[in-house]
Design a protein around this ligand. Sequence first.
Ligand code: FPP
Ligand code: MG
Length: 342
Amino acid sequence: MSALTARVRGRSIITRLALRDSLLERRMLRRLEQVETRLLECAREADDPRLAEIVGHLIGAGGKRLRPLLTLLGAEFGDLRTAGVVEAAVVSELIHTASLHHDDVMDEGLVRHGVTSVNARWGNIVAVRSGNWLLAKAAQLSAGLTSAAIPLQAEASERLVRGQIRELVGPDLPEERLSHYYGVISDKSASLISLSLRLGAVQAGAPARVGEALAEYGEHLGVAFQISDDLLDITSPSAELGKEQGKDLAVGVAGLPVLLVLDDVRSEDGELRALLSDPGGLRGERHLRALALLQRSDAMGRARTLMDGRLARARATLAALPSGPPRRVLDALCDFVATRTA
Ligand code: FPP
Ligand code: MG
């Protein structure tokens, strides 16, 4: 087994899904390996050694590769011989990596995928510009895909940026906090998960109604995925996350459990509410105390129930898809989101 094959196998979600279909599993792994090679090639195509190093930094550090996996799964509902499916999967991951360059600037993230973040290593301006380059590269590759892919890719990129800006601006009124939160995470997170699935289907020529059902499933899965991210930010140690634990709390970004505490005016946990009401974020002892109180609060269970509700909606959408191994994988992905630890 080559080093690349071992690396793709070792970290891909696909090996944890118990596919019970070795043909599908082999095809997915082979294609994920091609995605990996192509991603590294894209960084080298920067045609400037410094830029190539910077844009190759997070790509080389790896990650779950969830979005390219979704694109490859979307393509399973079309003609498997269609060209450009791997390239479409690369587009999904390039957009995601671009968004991480930008997100770590905004959240002052120091660690990403277990390595120093781009902003921490090269500074904020370089991280934003190199993120822009990655987004431009994704657009360049999209131009080589089927023409229907281009507006989809453009729409998802627009929603990503809009979601992040709405998060920055915040809700107009405190009572709009929850609806604002769902709007933000749909745009900043679910949009790309939904696009990734649909892009594969469109590229492989799947029927339009299949692409639409996949997009709808992706919206629900994406919202659930972001809620699970909020939960992990509170519960999972940094070594497992590959990024800092409690970062949202530190920079004053309110995830779902925090919003549920703030919204529960009858809550007896006045100390936690007081800590979380500080808009400037929490550092040192106050950060540790808030994390410990949150971990014990019933808001965690309530957030989990809301996440499970979204996963149930994602599963319900699958009924509109032809049955078979790819649909089973999408169902198993809901279990993955519910139980992930990183
Ligand atoms: C992680 O969120 C980040 C995202 C889901 C995407 C953020 C989108 C942007 C920064 C818009 C700019 C995008 C482009 C393509 C120009 P998080 O901070 O909740 O999760 P984390 O814990 O992984 O950092
Ligand atoms: Mg972040």
